[in-house]
Design a protein around this ligand. Structure first.
Ligand code: SF4
Length: 326
């Protein structure tokens, strides 16, 4: 983290979906993101982790304005994105890009790689001539580790890792300031994952980008992130510097998540105690009244079932758990 200046500020964000079936049935609301607040600094990577269905992808999509929030605010470069219109909205769309989870589904199979990367340049009117655009595509292909002659090929001719590199080049085509990386490595082979993460790190250093890096693998998130936010059932339950969260987790859910990560050293692994979370993740349509984690937490008390813990500052991080209240 080089500068302590937020490029993105999310405050009390709620994204709900009405999933009521039929007009005579009781209203059913999925609270996918429920009262989430955090900042992402300039040139920083903020990692967002949690099990699938915890709301992290919905949060990422709300930030890029693919979903409308129920309430709360998202400020990008000091401006509330809900109030952006006309030129300001176009400029926001250019500055905030997204890399998608599935490199197979996110690229149009009928377009060549060159056309895919050029498309956002044309939409945002970035270069005057097709020659200039073509030149930039070749540069971007080199930056992401592909060859200039890949420009005329189709997505089907590439491996998963190469396709994700095309997705990264497409996101970079409009010179963004912020990229939401939505599980960019989860569909890739383990051997390719580290390559893509290292590529993203190198590009960040070179171009001064900020990332929101969404993943369910805490060890990979730790590798790329300056700070980590842990989500559970639509709530941010712990947030702080990557090393602190990874090596000294506070929230019982973070502790359980970390205990599930395999350790390559058999001597260390022998002494490690794995916490197996019991029970199911509650439905976001009908979340527990008190702490969202109370149905699976081994340390839950009566109070946890009745009262929702508020995020409090504990040293370098915020934790939403009654155990840390004084
Ligand atoms: Fe567990 Fe209670 Fe803390 Fe929730 S508030 S994580 S149930 S101890």
């Amino acid at each position: 983290m080089s500068e302590e200046k937020p490029i993105l500020s999310v405050r009390n964000l709620k994204t709900y979906f009405d999933v009521t079936k039929g007009i005579f049935t009781k209203k059913q609301i999925v609270k996918a993101v429920d009262d989430v607040s955090f900042d992402v600094m300039e040139n920083e990577t903020f990692g967002l982790v949690g099990e699938s269905g915890c709301g992290k992808t919905t949060l990422g999509r709300t930030i890029v304005k693919l979903y409308e929030p129920e309430s709360g605010s998202i400020e990008f470069q000091g401006k509330d994105i809900a109030k952006l219109h006309g030129k300001e909205l176009i400029s926001f769309r250019k500055d905030m890009q997204m890399i998608f989870q599935d490199p197979y589904a996110s690229l149009n199979p009928r377009m060549t790689v060159g056309e895919i990367i050029k498309e956002p340049m044309i939409i945002h009117n970035i270069y005057n001539t097709d020659e200039e655009r073509e030149q930039r595509v070749v540069e971007l292909l080199k930056i992401v580790g592909l060859k200039p002659d890949h420009i005329r090929r189709y997505p089907a001719e590439f491996s998963g890792g190469q396709r994700q590199r095309v997705g990264i080049a497409r996101a970079l085509a409009v010179n963004p300031k912020f990229i939401v990386c939505d599980e960019p490595i989860s569909a890739l082979d383990v051997s390719i994952q580290a390559q893509v993460v290292n590529l993203l790190k190198d590009i960040q250093k070179e171009m001064g980008l900020s990332y929101l890096f969404i993943a369910h693998d805490l060890s990979m998130v730790k590798h790329i992130s300056d700070r980590i936010g842990v989500m559970y059932l639509g709530h941010l339950v712990e947030c702080g510097p990557s090393n602190d969260v990874y090596h000294r987790p506070l929230h019982p859910y973070t502790i359980a998540l970390l205990s599930a990560i395999p350790i390559p050293d058999p001597d260390v692994a022998k002494n490690k105690q794995r916490i197996v979370l019991g029970g199911e993740v509650p439905s976001p349509i009908n979340p527990p009244e008190g702490c969202p984690f109370c149905t699976r937490c081994t340390r839950a008390t009566e109070r946890c079932h009745k009262e929702r813990p508020k995020p409090i500052q504990v040293g370098t991080r915020t934790v939403a758990c009654h155990l840390y209240e004084k």
